[in-house]
Write a protein that binds this ligand. Sequence first.
Ligand SMILES: [Zn+2]
Length: 163
Amino acid sequence: MFALVGRGARYTYLTTNKTTYNKTIKMLFQSKTDKKEWNPELTSEQLHVLKDKGTEAPGTGKYLYNDRTGVYTCANCDAPLYRSETKFDSGCGWPAFNGEIKGALKYKKDFSHGMMRTEIMCAKCGGHLGHEFKGEGWNKRLNLPNDSRHCVNSLSLNFKKEE
Ligand SMILES: [Zn+2]
């Protein structure tokens, strides 16, 4: 007997032998990011965003209007992600950044909710941050150095102020 398990375009036939089955299931579903460790101090709202790739309600994030100088770090693992100089007001309801600290992020195509977006994650821990959007004309509208908008959940961030 066979069971068919699919993930995207890949299909694997599994026998009913439990060991093989469990091993294959692990290979299919235990990607690197499943080994993430979650900071016990995170709230359930933060875990919903960082771990389950949720989105905070627009206009509610605590860093939306933060205009202080400093560094935004990952709320889960504390890795530095964004400099305050790259933050801008996009009017979209979430903190927006024009570029990350070099090497801080991982990018992944995201086809959920009928959209084609680019998911952005912390490169160190894999925590979900938000999405990157290109081609919106920010370089021309606000004279930014490039045309990238990183739409980031405040719940995924901590902020370290610099004097
Ligand atoms: Zn992280």
